[in-house]
Design a protein around this ligand. Structure first.
Ligand SMILES: Nc1ncnc2c1ncn2[C@@H]1O[C@H](COP(=O)(O)OP(=O)(O)OP(=O)(O)O)[C@@H](O)[C@H]1O
Length: 261
């Protein structure tokens, strides 16, 4: 069930949205609402348009038709109310420390050099603490593991205290235990900061019990709803246009299996 577009209490409201990349539509006439304060898992096959959708929320991809509202306002580029962790995230300068990386998010002033006020330094400490990365912050990025670096990049996305946090595959390249650890960390940070989160992923399991809503994109269409409504054999088969089997283990884990996808 695609929720009827609403305007109140929504973090994201898409109405009849079509997104084109190149000459073809990636998403066609989608309408959905993400309630403020929810934690949304964003899924779909490779190339379904997850990154494109997130970039449209940032105003980086033009909407071909329809409209997108964020907290009741039209999308604008560079909105301070959105934090973003992109998918391609090899930070430039492996010799930079995490603290340098975070400081680089502040205005350059007239010399183009990051200038960080006392309040800015306090904010850097607060986001480092939020993701439990204070002890990593003075190490060079090149010396950190993928998971440690990801924590610092999430800290960077938290600068400015966004109301909406967009995370493009923050669990990628983590081992299963670290994936779960990261998912729980994101849930705690989101709750404490009262943020709405949209987090793309390929594996549903690390986000079970963390996300309250699933948004699945496939074949140009979108389906949004609670986990147990969307992650079913029937719904996913219809969305993917091929048989998809969803099995629930007693542990709560979900096995999604599909032939030829
Ligand atoms: N700049 C671009 N020029 C041309 N095609 C693009 C461009 N950006 C994305 N695409 C195409 O748009 C489609 C959607 O890409 P997108 O990255 O949004 O998918 P995705 O669901 O995030 O995929 P993945 O799970 O592999 O990261 C893909 O077919 C991709 O090749």
């Amino acid at each position: 069930m695609i929720k009827a577009p609403g305007r109140r209490g929504s973090a994201v409201c898409c109405r009849g949205v079509t997104l084109d990349v190149g000459s073809h539509a990636i998403l066609s006439d989608i309408s959905l609402t993400v309630e403020a304060g929810s934690f949304v898992g964003l899924f779909g096959p490779n190339g379904a348009g997850k990154t494109t959708f997130l970039r449209a929320l940032l105003g980086l991809v033009q909407v071909e038709s329809g409209d997108i509202m964020l907290f009741g306002d039209a999308v604008t580029r560079g909105s301070r109310s959105i934090g973003y962790m992109p998918q391609s995230r090899t930070p430039n300068g492996a010799t930079l420390t995490g603290r340098d990386l975070l400081a680089s998010g502040f205005d350059g002033g007239k010399w183009g050099v990051p200038w960080v006020s006392r309040a800015g330094y306090a904010e850097i400490e607060a986001v480092l603490e939020a993701v439990d990365a204070v002890s990593l912050a003075d190490r060079r990025l090149g010396s950190l593991s993928g998971g440690e670096r990801q924590r610092l990049l999430i800290a960077q996305a938290l600068l400015g205290s966004p109301r909406l946090l967009l995370l493009d595959e923050p669990l990628a390249s983590l081992d299963p235990a670290r994936m779960r650890e990261m998912a729980l960390l994101l849930r705690d940070v989101a709750r404490k900061r009262e943020m709405t989160v949209i987090c793309s992923a390929h594996d549903i399991n690390p986000l079970m019990g963390v996300m309250d809503t699933v948004l699945c994109l496939a074949r140009g269409q979108a389906r949004i709803g609670p986990v147990d409504e969307v992650v079913t054999s029937e719904v996913l088969s219809a969305l993917y246009g091929a048989p998809v089997e969803v099995c629930h283990a007693p542990s709560g884990r979900v096995l999604v299996s599909a032939d030829g996808l």
